[in-house]
Design a protein around this ligand. Structure first.
Ligand code: AMP
Ligand code: ZN
Length: 461
């Protein structure tokens, strides 16, 4: 397997610490709100990587964290704890908030065929482990106390910034921030542990009084606990490169005296109109919103798989329509193979497909190329052999290709979908005159919109 390593900025052959086994850590959700489709792109990437690893015959030990304390509204040390902020807003406890959104997260990831990693680790279940880690850093001279917490002294870690290639990070961050905490020794020093103001609900005893962990320490602590002092792959979104993952590297290497991670892999953003899809920009969509508009979780998974994970992916409804149409065609072709009269296809064709598919997905997850190979295979006359080959490929794609018997919407042209969307919006706004006019326009073009409780489907007359 070949993977692109953010740390070395090149593709490298995957050589594992333990022969035949991959150990991998993935930064998981902060459970203060419902994960949006940008987040889901990151977890579809994680899942696809896991599947390709297993497809290559490796055993896999994967860990994902659930952040339920300590992630401030900025990724650095500014702002409130996201969990506490959500609790205040809703009148619920941070624990209730965490439980609610963790449950929703897994409901959504299940629908998207995202497998759960072998170990899912909650930050608040690991307070004692994190405290031990921070105490060791302080003992070694990397951590120091200020009036509001324990900070990591980046001047003691000369390679700080090596992941992002930003070795002048301290200057940049100081310039970018409004408040520079003047008790810090260097502007880019970051919090390992925070002293809790009285009103902070989540707090624990520590040598420094009632307090709570910083966000970065949870990943250094839990990855080491479950995967050992050196492990193979660490994943996350590109937004984690300059702060969260630099800080993880500093903490882990300072403690261990050697690097903990061999390959750092990052997924690019899902964007909307050229900007990151994010809660703070208010441009997010969630899975239930997509479903309301008539898109299935598999339409979205197909949409993601069709773009390489290191390329930005612009979220648009035209793009989703394209994915929906392509996915239903794919299902129809696979379905034709399932029910084909002929059982066989030239074994050489099948052998070539299997090899081309494996080569593509093993080359830094070139899933778009792998999908292309599948489309090419499906140009052959339908057969059970092709169906079986598609099922093998679906171990990586996880597009539920075995569900090819279920009835799907007819392929809907983009202009029809557009009228239907406008009618749906008008109907939602109770603008009946416009909604009727658009229904008539659809009828003229030979289509009927069938309304359901929370969406609609389209039928060709
Ligand atoms: P968070 O819950 O904010 O910690 O984010 C969870 C994961 O989603 C992280 O790995 C982020 O890097 C990733 N992420 C957040 N926004 C996007 C986006 N627009 N596109 C892709 N990944 C994202
Ligand atoms: Zn993390």
């Amino acid at each position: 397997m070949i993977v692109y390593n953010t740390l070395t900025r090149r593709k490298e052959e995957l050589v594992t610490v333990h022969p035949g086994e991959v150990r991998m850590y993935s930064c998981g959700p902060t459970v203060y709100s419902r994960a949006h489709m940008g987040n889901m792109r990151a977890y579809i990437f994680m899942d696809t990587l896991r599947r390709v690893i297993k497809f290559n015959g490796y055993k896999l030990l994967g860990v994902m964290n659930i952040t339920d304390v300590g992630h401030l509204t900025s990724d650095a040390d500014d702002g409130d704890d996201k969990m506490e902020k959500a609790a205040k807003k809703t009148g619920k406890s941070p624990w209730e908030i965490a439980e609610h959104f963790t449950k929703l997260f897994f409901e959504d990831t299940d629908k998207l065929n995202i497998e759960r990693p072998e170990i899912v680790a909650k930050a608040t279940d690991h307070i004692a482990d994190m405290l031990e880690f921070v105490e060791a850093l302080v003992e070694k001279g990397y951590g120091y106390e200020t009036s509001d917490g324990i900070y990591f002294d980046i001047s003691k870690f000369p390679s700080y910034g090596k992941l992002s290639g930003n070795t002048r990070l301290s200057d940049n961050i100081a310039g970018a921030r409004v408040d520079v905490n003047d008790e810090k020794r260097n502007p880019a020093d970051f919090a390992l542990w925070k002293k809790a103001p009285k009103e902070h609900i989540m707090q624990w005893d520590s040598p420094w009084g009632r307090s709570y962990p910083g966000w970065h320490i949870e990943c250094s602590t839990m990855s080491r606990k479950y995967l050992g002092d050196t492990f193979d792959i660490h994943t996350g979104g590109v937004d984690h490169i300059p702060i969260h993952h630099e800080n993880e590297i500093a903490q882990s290497e300072a403690l261990l005296g050697h690097p903990a991670v061999h390959y750092w892999m990052h997924v690019e953003f899902m964007q909307v109109d050229g900007r990151k899809m994010s809660k703070s920009l208010g441009n997010t969509y969630t899975l239930d919103q997509l479903e309301e508009r008539g898109y299935s979780p598999m339409d979205f998974r197909y949409f993601c798989l069709n773009t390489h994970y290191r390329k930005k992916l612009n979220f648009t409804f035209e793009g989703m329509d394209g994915a929906k149409t392509a996915y239903s065609r794919l299902l129809a072709l696979v379905g034709a193979c399932k029910h084909a009269e002929s059982g066989t296809t030239d074994p050489e064709i099948i052998r070539q497909f299997d090899k081309a598919f494996l080569d593509a997905v093993s080359d830094d997850l070139n899933i778009p190329l792998g999908l292309g190979e599948l489309w090419t295979l499906l140009k052959n006359p339908p057969s059970r052999d092709i169906y079986d080959a598609a099922m093998r490929a679906d171990k990586v794609l996880a597009l539920s290709l075995d569900k090819c018997d279920e009835k799907k919407d007819d392929d809907v042209p983009a202009d029809i979908r557009d009228i239907a969307e406008r009618r749906f919006a008008a109907r939602k706004a109770k603008n009946w005159a416009e909604s009727d006019a658009l229904r008539a326009e659809l009828a003229e073009k030979g289509w009927t919109a069938l309304d359901s409780k929370d969406g609609y489907s389209l039928k060709k007359n």
